[in-house]
Design a protein around this ligand. Structure first.
Ligand code: GAP
Length: 449
């Protein structure tokens, strides 16, 4: 049985140490989440899988890690200072806030919806909503000790701009010309009016973005290639194809920089929602930065001898959203001997723990020593845990629930024949194998066999 409600995942995440509410002991703060021990491993595996597909397995994309704080003019050039805003309405009665366009309030003349005064507050039902006002989503802070207008900097709302400003650095040092791409993973910050749905929409999140620079005229073709490539990535790492779909943006919802955009959507428990956007950003950003910085951002076309500003295709994914989707898609409940078994069928590359070593009896020092010794030998090669804090049935259940690929049990017989029992997460099939073979067995399973 797949997951029917996000609450099931939220509670699993807390119970098993994937994700905790941020600042929980203080009552939390505005939709922030902390990744616990297993969450760190899972999200790192998701990011590593992205990096593998985006630049390790290709020779035309290069990694970058640019600073979060950037020159404030970057955000003027990109259009974020003037235009990165959502329409906000307040309820005068219950003091709640809403995004006007989410509740049917018209944001301006000619936009969909009706005047704010005619719309009942979604929370208290009164017709007491204020007129919409635009609210910039960028977090502001100050550089240096003086809090003055001249010292304002922003926490980046997307990682993309760090890539655009390094276009020339990477092109020159890597001795490349378009088509080539630059990819980076990093934090982004948006003062969202209505965050929610767990880690789906938060104010601080991680993006995995690639800006792929290509000769003008080849952009439409590259766009379709990247849409296909990115869709396949989610399937490759275990998301069921029937839970994914593509949606092309209508002309009225395109971002100011985009000529065309496709969203990859996932069937989340709250409905189909965006996982990743793949936009054709044209030459908008490079031209804007060239204009505002005074530095030429173009390449020399050998055929024509002309300087050309490349077009950009941008596959932009959220690391937190992808992690959430992988978790939801992997979640299964089943009945085994009249008991509920929860199992996370995560792809081997994503599973936070690959192998758990469990002694059948924790009050037998020789067993414990043998099991600990085996775990220590496996640990340099695979994410390994040792656990002896419950009965074997409960230990299996615990590992199933966090997606551990294999459990290795050391029992009294093992002391005599140096054989151990290896149990598979998905089939629950058990093999009895020599302890010396465990490493190869795990390696085989992690490789997907
Ligand atoms: N550079 C383009 C860009 O930032 P976006 O559609 O605004 O485009 C890209 O964001 C991806 O970043 C989204 O598809 C989503 O996965 C993730 N994302 C955006 N806002 C988010 C938020 N508030 N919380 C979590 N993830 C978010």
């Amino acid at each position: 049985m797949p997951v029917d409600s996000l609450d099931t995942i939220v509670s699993l995440c807390k119970r098993r140490g994937f994700i905790f509410q941020g600042s929980e002991i203080y009552g939390g703060i505005g939709s922030t989440w902390d990744y616990g021990p297993l969450g760190v491993e899972l999200k790192n595996n998701v990011k590593a899988a992205w990096a593998r597909a985006m630049f390790r397995e290709r020779d035309d994309v290069f990694p970058l890690d640019s600073a979060i704080l950037m020159h404030p003019e970057v955000w003027v050039a990109s259009g974020h200072v003037a235009g990165f805003a959502d329409p906000l309405v307040d309820c005068r009665n219950c003091k709640k806030r809403f995004r006007a366009d989410h509740i049917g309030v018209a944001v301006g003349a000619g936009t969909p919806g009706v005047p704010a005064a005619q719309v009942p507050c979604p929370s208290c039902g009164q017709r007491t909503l204020t007129e919409p006002r635009m609210f910039n989503l960028m977090f502001k802070t100050f550089i240096g000790p003086v809090e003055e207008e001249a010292a304002v900097v922003y926490l980046r709302p997307e990682t993309a701009q760090g890539i655009f400003v390094n276009f020339d650095n990477v092109m020159t040092t890597m001795r490349r010309k378009p088509p080539f791409g630059i990819a980076q993973i990093g934090k982004a910050f948006r003062n969202e009016i209505t965050p929610g749905n767990f880690t789906f929409r938060t104010r601080e999140f991680e993006q995995m973005e690639c800006e792929f620079f290509c000769p003008p005229g080849t952009d439409a073709e590259w766009h379709l290639k990247w849409v296909e490539e990115r869709f396949r990535w989610y399937v490759r790492y275990g998301i069921k194809e029937e839970n994914l779909r593509l949606r092309e943006h209508g002309k009225d919802e395109l971002a100011h920089y985009a000529k065309a955009t496709f969203d990859i959507e996932y069937r989340f428990p709250m409905g189909w929602s965006e996982l990743e956007g793949i936009a054709n950003r044209t030459d908008f950003d490079l031209k804007q930065h060239a204009k505002h910085s005074g530095k030429e951002l173009a390449y020399l076309d050998d055929a024509t001898g002309q300087k050309v500003v490349p077009y950009v295709i941008e596959p932009s994914a959220g690391a937190d959203r992808a992690t959430l989707a992988f978790l939801i898609d992997a979640y299964h409940e089943e009945k085994v001997r009249d008991e509920k078994r929860v199992v996370l069928r995560l792809h081997p590359a994503l599973a936070p723990t690959k192998v758990a070593v469990l002694p059948l009896l924790r009050n037998r020092p020789e067993l414990v020593e043998m099991a600990r010794g085996l775990a220590a030998r496996l640990r340099p090669h695979f994410a390994t845990v040792y656990d002896d804090t419950a009965s074997i049935g409960r230990l299996y259940r615990r590992q199933d629930e966090v997606g551990t690929l294999l459990c290795v049990t050391v029992d009294v017989q093992s002391l005599e024949d140096r054989q151990v029992t290896v149990r598979d997460r998905d089939t629950m099939h058990q093999d009895r194998i020599p302890i010396e073979r465990v490493e190869a067995y795990v390696r085989d399973r992690v490789a997907g066999n």
